[in-house]
Design a binder for this molecule. Structure first.
Ligand code: SF4
Ligand code: SF4
Length: 384
């Protein structure tokens, strides 16, 4: 049976507040007043999204101003704060480097903890894996605050409260999950299994500047000017999908979380304080083509070899750093003059795309290939 002991009962209350990064302290105060917890003397783990070594202006990671204000407000309440994440890049040193470049190390104001420092192997309630290695700091927390970013995701459509908890897994453990649950819907189910290891007590989503297009490392930022907060992270993700204008049940991890009674996903059944609206012409990833029954079928086809977006390398941007090759969970990439792909091995996780900090990997969808509007080349070759 799934662990539902930490799920708040009753209709989820979601707070939607207008915010800017320069004036966020009052917003954080309002959230902590609306959702009171026994902060004093407790170990409070703050889990931002620190996907990669990206500066705040790229909009890939949770903005440091939010973390700075949260730490300050919790310290005033005499909480013992701990801030950290396991980014997409593996390793102890990478954890600290990503935190420093994202600005979150400084924003944590002495409360940064390297999530790779202490680990624990736990039994997992999942049909894909029996054991998982997670950061011990999460297991030892009295309270957990999930601080995701409002973003799209090539493989899972959205990345928010549920997906952000994937970062409790240490280093190469994430690649192992990609491998054991390779199909997109299986991977989403695995994400919900991981979310249930430690359901956060509070979720505060950075939607001041969101991301559209081919997230989670797209260059297409979308100013939204909002912070969403709730005790129930699934409700926050449901509202995010509604703001993006996509049916909640077209997102596998939302559908599965709802089926497991982990939270409400339809804003019509939530108590929402504050104003929100569907974002006009919000751009979903190439892997999400349309809606409705036909759309759902087409969306599934988008992972088929002939239809899925094609990966290619832009030689003029590639520094041959090898990050994509090192982090491919199925060793589908090898380094030649530039990275080379064995498309038969590729499971379309898009880790290579999201971790290339030079945006040297590009994706081309079926329509563009058919209409030949794009030149598909990577030193003369398509990679996928
Ligand atoms: S494609 Fe990107 S991650 Fe891969 S080697 Fe080139 S620069 Fe590095
Ligand atoms: S080549 Fe890229 S998309 Fe394919 S499996 Fe490897 S990391 Fe994932």
């Amino acid at each position: 049976m799934p662990d539902t002991s930490r799920i708040s009962k009753g209709p989820p209350s979601v707070l939607v507040l207008d915010a800017s990064y320069s004036q966020i302290e009052d917003v954080i105060e309002k959230i902590l007043e609306t959702f009171p917890f026994p902060w004093k003397g407790n170990r409070v783990v703050i889990k931002p999204n620190i996907l990669s070594p990206s500066p705040p202006e790229k909009g890939i990671t949770t903005h440091p101003s939010l973390i700075r204000s949260l730490v300050k407000a919790l310290k005033r309440r005499e909480a013992h704060c701990l801030v950290g994440d396991n980014p997409g890049l593996n390793g102890y040193a990478a954890n600290e480097r990503c935190a420093r470049i994202s600005g979150i190390f400084d924003a944590a104001n002495g409360c940064f903890v390297n999530f790779a420092k202490e680990t624990a192997q736990i039994n997992a309630r999942s049909r894909f894996f029996e054991k998982l290695v997670v950061s011990k700091v999460i297991l030892d927390a009295d309270l957990v605050i999930d601080v995701p970013k409002f973003k799209t995701h090539l493989q899972t459509r959205i990345t928010g409260a549920i997906k952000n908890m994937f970062g409790i897994l240490v280093g190469a453990e994430k690649a192992r999950v990609h491998l054991s649950a390779a199909r997109p819907e299986n991977f989403s189910e695995a994400l919900v299994d991981i979310y249930q290891i430690r359901i956060p007590d509070l979720t505060i989503m950075d939607a001041v500047v969101g991301m559209e297009g081919n997230g989670p490392s797209s260059q297409e930022l979308r100013p939204i000017g909002k912070i969403l907060a709730a005790r129930n992270g699934v409700a926050v993700d449901g509202l995010m999908a509604a703001m993006m204008g996509i049916p909640q049940k077209s997102v596998d991890c939302l559908r599965i979380a709802f089926q497991r009674d982990l939270g409400e996903i339809d804003p019509a059944r939530m108590e929402i304080q504050g104003s929100w609206s569907r974002l006009e012409k919000f751009k979903m990833p190439l892997t999400f083509v349309s809606q409705g029954l036909l759309g759902a079928a087409v969306n599934k086809l988008y992972y088929r070899p002939l239809v899925k977006p094609r990966l290619s390398v832009r030689p003029e941007l590639c520094t041959v750093c090898g990050v994509c090759v090192q982090h491919c969970p199925v060793q589908a990439l090898t380094m030649g003059k530039f990275p080379l792909l064995d498309s038969k091995k590729c499971i379309s996780c898009y880790c290579c795309y999201e971790l290339c900090s030079n945006q040297a990997i590009e994706l081309t969808g079926l329509m563009r290939r058919v209409t030949k509007r794009d030149k598909l080349s990577a030193h003369g070759k398509t990679l996928g």
